[in-house]
Design a protein around this ligand. Structure first.
Ligand code: UDP
Ligand code: MG
Length: 308
């Protein structure tokens, strides 16, 4: 049977870009040649986006629209699109044309050559603020240094995933979702496709600073236990210093050296604080286990089977 493609496009207050964005994406999908569907997920837009989507859907049977009751956020909008997609490969792309639709052709080629994931790797970002460029570059590097999961640098959610990868996503129902991390956690054959990230076609970013911080936290908390071990390390360090101090004070006291009595108190307080940090870290380790269990991720993922 012929393979099919699903394009997943999250939309939040994007009336300025929707029509142009649709015609460019639709042209690329037509050119690629597989039967395809374009799934728009309207993430609770309060502007005219839904009206435009109704219009596009009316005239184009390949377009499907799911509309949220309110704004649930980009990661959940993409998840909803994945849940609905029927294709043998799914492509996730922003509606604002920052991810050039033409790159999809290369992603499909990589997929035809056997890649399970073809992810867009940003070589350059055009027309974004210095603040965004710097924070994004620093964040990806921080996350890489903190996380045991291989999450590629300078990579967003613009990617193609094979059906078997999508099926694993369907099984991962964790609420705080950081899709690029989940994808890294899964493994599979992932191929980078380099591209230059364009300026937004029109309108303003829908990722407010608050939403960006939230996503960044989801990435760090979901894919690193370093903050917990950091607290433990601090506890061990403080306890050792205070413990040595205590021994020194006892020795000095035994040798009859006079020193102010408040030194005992200071050392005691520091020691207790150190131990508290240590115990907090131990509690954290149990919480970490609980969090892991709660996520209910698959225990393992089989990529291929022979003679079964
Ligand atoms: N988006 C969404 N819900 C949100 C915020 C953004 O569905 O709460 C969509 C948005 O319409 C776009 C994509 O997610 O298709 C990326 O958002 P944006 O371009 O504003 O982010 P930036 O590229 O500035 O990081
Ligand atoms: Mg954008």
């Amino acid at each position: 049977m012929e393979k099919t493609l699903s394009l997943i496009v999250p939309v939040y207050n994007e009336e300025e870009v929707l029509e142009t964005s649709f015609s460019r994406m639709d042209a690329v999908m037509k050119k690629i040649g597989y039967p395809y569907e374009i799934i728009y997920v309207n993430d609770g837009s309060r502007d005219g986006s839904m009206k435009i989507l109704r219009n596009i859907a009316k005239n184009n049977p390949q377009v499907k629209v799911r509309s949220f009751s309110r704004n649930f956020g980009h990661q959940l909008a993409v998840t909803c699109g994945m849940d609905a997609a029927k294709g043998d490969a799914l492509i996730i792309i922003d509606v604002d044309l920052q991810d050039p639709p033409e790159v999809i052709e290369q992603m499909v080629k990589a997929w035809e050559n056997g890649a399970d994931i073809a992810y867009g790797k940003r070589l350059k970002r055009q027309g974004e603020t210095i603040f965004k460029k710097l924070t994004a570059a620093a964040y990806y590097r921080l996350l890489k240094s903190m996380s045991a999961t291989a999450i590629p640098l300078d990579t967003g959610d613009f990617r193609l995933i094979d059906r078997k990868v999508a099926d694993v996503f369907l099984k991962m129902r964790e609420h705080n979702r950081f899709l690029r991390g989940m994808s890294g956690w899964m493994g599979f054959d992932a191929v980078p496709i380099e591209f230059v990230r364009n300026e937004r076609f029109a309108g303003k970013t829908k990722y407010t600073l608050k939403k960006m911080i939230r996503l960044a936290m989801d990435g760090i908390i979901g894919f690193s236990d370093r903050p917990l071990t950091l607290c433990g390390g601090f506890g061990v360090f403080t306890s050792i210093i205070a413990g040595l101090g205590l021994i020194a004070l006892i020795v000095l006291a035994c040798c009859g050296v006079k020193f102010p009595a408040w030194l005992w108190a200071v050392d005691g307080v520091v020691l207790l604080h150190g131990l508290t940090f240590l115990f907090l870290c131990i509690q954290g380790a149990y919480m970490n286990r609980m969090y892991d269990e709660l996520k209910q991720r698959p225990l393992y993922i089989v990529a291929e089977e022979l003679n079964f």
